[in-house]
Ligand binder design. Structure first.
Ligand code: ZN
Ligand code: ZN
Ligand code: FE
Length: 759
């Protein structure tokens, strides 16, 4: 990553310092430079180059060739025009929050950029969100239409200025400007006046659509219950928590408990949303995150957010600018059309956003940052994982929910930004655009396409059509194997490992729905060595929302008919007794070994949540209940058994759980403790020294933290996804890895596929 990070200016200064001559230029695959000088100093120069790289630069590889004979009478070290290379490489940084120096200028009344919402420098500012094509030169970005004024041009050309060759340089005289629009599109105000009036609107309880870095956000006063409620109604978002924008770490600590690693994540240049435990006294409207003990907070990601958060001095809801289930708005006209009946005013500007990028979401577990939603601030940084040097160009299209796509570029993997759930046509269009974008930006021509094994996933259907149209082979990869492979790739693991894939639902090799799976990955094989005892779900897709359907299925397997009815009534699920009839007849029933559904069922049986208002709510409420127990991790596990075939029987667990029903929090904590022991038992049985945890269930911090501690105490090395989402957002990476892994000759489909893509 040597573009848009001040690499060329750095090199000019370094060359001067060591008395070297030559030149440097950006290219579509990185940077090219030539240096000339006496050999001993040349060595010192190269050593200094490696050790003093700008903090944001990330050097993947340095290749050197000797150029003889020397250029006669060369003077100085120049920045030459950019050049094209045959094959592009991911060398552009993600968008970066304002650096400390720029923030100081922003609030300095004597600076010529005082309160200018678009200031940036070589170390910060918009990057990927404004990039049309490589390399990262001003003319290739949406700043191309803003010619520099003389003052900016002078800074740009001055070697000693910190904006020397800053491609995003701008000031009030020459750069983008703010405007405030009414929902009708009528211009109400410009610049400082626009900002002040938007701030007044927020304080008056109105909803402001704000053009952020990667798209529009909807902003309201987070303390104002009626404003937050109105936002929920208009956005059609019933209960899914809203993220908050806070001014600084101080305000974050007033609302939530923030440890060192969490503070670091909040204040990082990516400025992601960080999920934190909330303080009881936090002054936030109840509708921000109903019934949940945590909040998602983020610090300002742009100078505009800094001004807004600082002027107002209150926590602000800052949620993505879309109606629920629809893609993010990022163009003004589209925002006015689609958000016109949600927002009261629009605070926008004239610098176009080239591609939509949602706010990223992270959490910290065991001192490590875990990326749960990977977009703004992280993309397009390549994922560090060892791919074969001669890997063919491949495209993986991911899963149906929390979709991301990925391509291989030589030995690197480029994972797209979070593209959301693909239930709507608009969202599927977004995915297709993202694929075209990656292919075009990096000049990739995939020689094969990889998709999930689920026949009805939107990306699978698309991949089937594309493979035929492009005449390239298609490979299907089992969902939970992809989860495990993604985590192994991130940590550079080859196996043998015990892979624990726990998530909502995924298509299994036997046509049932999997999701509570254990694999041993060893050499060329990935064997399923264990899974939860399956139970039936009535009503297919409805079951994911209606936790009580999972409860019903579990009771069906575990209890006699009389007990079933009694339990359903005791749990407050009287409607379940009618559905029992459907089960008896086997109507519209699927069988599942999903851990996510087991969580749902338990949450329902404990009376914590019968119907999820957003994905994963029941499981979150179960986790939240368990966390209220003082010594959660000290709770006794419930009994369970594991058969010789690896079937993990949870019926004894259920028995114990129902007896504890009067104390749901204790039961929830004991349930978590039981799951930990299940993994420990299988690790012992398989005698594996390395365990890999993957899948959506490991977003549960309590479960993950307990497992990490318990496995470490058993002398087992444990790995979990950190750079790549543990949920389905990481599937595309796992699909690529599966396709490139050497596999057993018996796997006909994979083998034939490999021959055709020629790897
Ligand atoms: Zn800066
Ligand atoms: Zn200027
Ligand atoms: Fe999954």
């Amino acid at each position: 990553m040597v573009q848009g990070v001040g690499f060329r200016p750095f090199l000019v200064r370094l060359a001067r310092q060591w008395g070297m001559t030559g030149w440097v230029a950006n290219s579509t695959r990185g940077a090219v430079f030539e240096v000339q000088g006496p050999p001993p100093r040349l060595g010192q120069f190269l050593a200094a180059l490696r050790s003093q790289l700008p903090s944001l630069a990330d050097c993947h590889d340095v290749q050197m060739t000797a150029r003889l004979p020397p250029v006669p009478a060369e003077v100085g070290f120049a920045i030459r025009p950019s050049m094209a290379a045959a094959q592009a490489r991911p060398c552009v940084p993600p968008d970066l929050a304002p650096c400390a120096e720029c923030v100081r200028e922003l609030f300095d009344p004597h600076n010529r950029r005082f309160r200018y919402p678009f200031l940036s420098c070589t170390a910060c500012g918009p990057r990927f969100s404004i990039l049309f094509r490589l390399p990262f030169d001003r003319d290739n970005t949406s700043l191309a239409d803003f010619p520099m004024c003389p003052a900016c041009a002078a800074e740009y050309a001055d070697e000693n200025d910190r904006r020397f060759h800053a491609q995003t340089i701008a000031c009030p005289a020459c750069g983008p400007r703010l405007s405030l629009l009414a929902a009708s599109g009528r211009v109400l105000a410009h610049e400082e006046d626009a900002l002040r009036r938007a701030e007044q609107a927020v304080l008056a309880g109105q909803i402001v659509a704000l053009k952020g870095l990667g798209g529009f956000q909807l902003v309201v006063d987070a303390r104002d219950e009626s404003a937050v409620r109105r936002l929920r109604q208009r956005k059609h978002r019933e209960a899914k928590p809203f993220a908050l924008l806070v001014r600084d770490l101080g305000m974050a600590s007033e609302l939530c408990f923030v440890n060192g690693a969490e503070a670091q994540a909040l204040a990082s240049p990516q400025t992601p949303i960080v999920i934190l435990e909330r303080r009881g006294a936090a002054e936030v409207a109840p509708s921000v995150a109903p019934d949940l003990p945590w909040l998602g907070l983020m610090l300002p990601a742009t100078p505009l957010h800094h001004l807004l958060a600082d002027d107002l001095g209150i926590p602000l809801v800052a949620t993505s600018g879309n109606r629920s289930e629809e893609p993010l708005c990022y163009a003004d006209a589209d925002a006015l059309r689609r958000l016109g009946d949600i927002a009261d005013v629009f605070l926008t500007h004239d610098r176009p956003i080239v591609r939509p990028l949602d706010d990223s979401v992270v959490q910290v577990v065991a001192g490590r940052r875990m990326v749960l939603r990977r977009a703004r601030g992280f993309v397009p940084q390549a994922i560090c994982c060892r791919m074969p040097k001669d890997a063919p160009a491949l495209l993986a299209v991911g899963g149906h929910l929390k979709n991301s796509v990925a391509v291989t570029i030589h030995d690197q993997v480029l994972l797209s930004q979070h593209l959301g759930d693909l239930d709507t046509w608009a969202a599927r269009q977004g995915m297709e655009r993202a694929v075209a974008d990656l292919e075009q930006l990096f000049g990739v021509k995939p020689q094969g396409i990889i998709c999930d094994a689920h026949p009805d996933y939107a990306p699978t259907v698309w991949a089937e059509q594309q493979a035929e149209r492009r005449r390239v082979p298609l490979l299907r990869v089992q969902h939970h194997q992809a989860h495990v492979y993604a985590c192994m790739a991130e940590h550079g693991l080859q196996g043998p490992v015990l892979g624990v894939a726990w998530d909502g639902t995924g298509y299994g090799d036997d046509g049932t729905i999997w999701g509570g799976e254990f694999f041993v990955v060893e050499g060329t094989t990935c064997r399923r060595i264990g899974h939860l005892l399956p139970f039936p779900l009535v009503g297919g897709d409805q079951a994911a929302r209606q936790a009580w359907r999972s409860a019903l299925g579990m009771l069906w397997v575990a209890r006699g008919e009389e007990a079933q009815r009694a339990d359903l009534i005791a749990a407050g699920i009287p409607e379940g007794t009618q559905v029992l009839e459907l089960l008896r007849r086997g109507c519209s029933t699927v069988w599942t070994s999903s851990m996510g559904r087991l969580f749902d069922g338990v949450a329902s049986l404990l009376g914590l949540c019968h119907t999820s208002r957003f994905e994963g709510e029941a499981a979150m409420r179960l986790q939240a209940a368990a966390q209220t127990v003082i010594d959660t991790e000290g709770e006794r596990p419930y009994p369970f058994t594991i058969s010789a075939e690896g079937v993990v029987d949870w019926r004894p667990l259920l028995q114990g759980l129902l007896q504890d029903r009067q104390q749901p929090a204790v039961a929830a904590a004991r349930f978590h403790a039981t799951l930990v022991e299940m993994v420990v038992s299988l690790a012992k049985r398989t005698a594996t020294k390395t365990v890999v945890l993957a899948g959506g269930c490991f977003q549960n911090r309590l479960l993950l933290r307990s497992l990490i501690g318990r496995l470490a105490a058993e002398g087992v090395e444990v790995y979990w996804p950190q750079a790549v989402p543990t949920n389905d957002g990481g599937l595309s990476l796992g699909q690529l890895v599966a396709a490139l892994r050497p596999q057993a000759a018996s796997e006909d489909e994979a083998c034939a596929w490999r021959c055709r893509v020629g790897s």
